[in-house]
Design a protein around this ligand. Structure first.
Ligand code: BYC
Length: 332
């Protein structure tokens, strides 16, 4: 189900002319994108392609880093040594994903400091999902199962995104996300098979995380301003709605298998479409969270800003050490 194999319909689409930049270079670029070649950092690329990539990759990196906070909140309260070790490893993986992604974005000429500054000043976005609180241990299961499950669905097509460094970062990240999804589902399975109170906790977590998870895939296709261009550039390989549907179809049977119910009265298998129909997503809530009005948005940003400030002396000490070392080596 969570294979990292890509079945990509957009491979067959032809790239269409993009902008009025140097026609020869543009034609060569388009031909490479159409041939499914990877574009590499030293290759010529249209400015708008570079900007779109920096926007998407940096937002992706920010999501990984901010995404450490809701789970980090439970490391000291994990119910056993095993759960604690696993959760620690998962949160560390997320830090690693953020770093690969910042490094991939830096190859496009924007520094990590600039990207972090954009996040902290509210100019850059991060995934809406991390603006919801983790109220019980079951939320850690729900995040692994649903949030990482949604992330894999979105990221598998990105392994064949047209920009090489982003695609290669995704290959490794998808492998790790796959483990994250399984550990979340295992927590949910244990709770769902446990006492009545544990099962209630698992259902409550599913009730609260289901709709925000569906929002992770972004606005509907007919209201997604960046999609058309990003699909033509093969940055995005599948649309927001296509990936959201795949997630619903994969997740509903998993909920049924452990006796939990998806909180959607309109959810119904559609024989003709060979897919689930599902209820309306509250897009007002999505846009409010995107605007920074999520339930714990202020706490999330305050935690990131103070972590950066608290770590300033470490960065300064490391830089001073590197400079001294360089002077010493030069003298030797
Ligand atoms: N949250 O035209 P659209 C993880 C914005 S973390 C906030 O469809 P696009 C994990 C969008 O940016 C994984 N904003 O945009 C970590 C755009 O605004 P701007 C996170 C959203 O880019 C820890 C506007 O809405 N994954 O795995 O074509 C623990 C219009 O949207 C959201 C990624 O970042 C949202 N949910 O498509 C556990 C994947 N959705 O930028 C797990 C990489 C949309 O024009 N990103 N917006 O001001 C993507 O694939 C795409 O950027 C999106 C949106 C599908 C998210």
């Amino acid at each position: 189900m969570y294979t990292t194999e890509l079945k990509d319909k957009s491979q067959k689409q032809a790239a269409t002319p993009l902008s009025a930049e140097d026609p020869e270079r543009l034609a060569a670029f388009e031909a490479r994108v159409a041939a499914d070649d990877f574009i590499e950092p030293k290759d010529w690329m249209p400015d708008a392609y570079r900007k779109t990539l920096v926007r998407q990759i940096s937002q992706h990196a920010h999501s990984e880093i901010v995404g450490m906070l809701p789970e980090g909140n439970w490391i000291t309260r994990a119910p056993s040594l095993r759960r604690k070790a696993v959760l620690l490893a998962k949160v560390q993986d997320e830090g690693g994903h953020g770093l690969y992604l910042y490094a991939a974005a830096e190859t496009l000429g924007t520094s990590r400091d600039e990207m972090v500054e954009a996040l902290h000043s509210g100019r850059a976005k991060y995934s809406t999902i991390f603006n919801y609180p983790t109220l019980t241990w079951a939320d850690i299961g729900a995040i692994g199962w649903l949030v990482d499950g949604a992330a894999i669905m979105n990221q598998v097509p990105l392994q064949r995104t047209s920009y090489g460094p982003y695609a290669r970062a995704m290959v490794r990240i998808c492998k790790e996300e796959s483990f994250h999804q399984r550990q979340g589902y295992e927590i949910m399975t244990t709770l769902a098979k446990g006492s009545a109170e544990q099962k209630r906790m698992a259902q409550d977590a599913l009730d609260r995380w289901w709709w925000p998870s569906l929002m992770m895939f972004g606005p509907p296709d007919d209201n997604s301003p960046n999609s058309a261009q990003s699909m033509r550039w093969r940055i995005k390989r599948e649309s927001n709605d296509e990936i959201r549907q795949r997630f619903v179809d994969a997740t509903v049977p998993q909920a049924e298998a452990i006796g939990l119910s998806i909180p959607d009265a309109d959810l119904k298998w559609n024989e003709a479409r060979d897919a689930y129909d599902f209820g309306a997503i509250d897009w007002e809530e999505f846009y409010a969270v995107v605007r920074g009005e999520g339930p714990v948005a202020k706490e999330r940003m305050a935690a990131r800003v103070s972590a950066r400030e608290d770590g300033r002396w470490v960065r300064e000490a490391a830089l001073a050490h590197a400079e001294k070392r360089a002077v010493r080596l030069a003298a030797e």
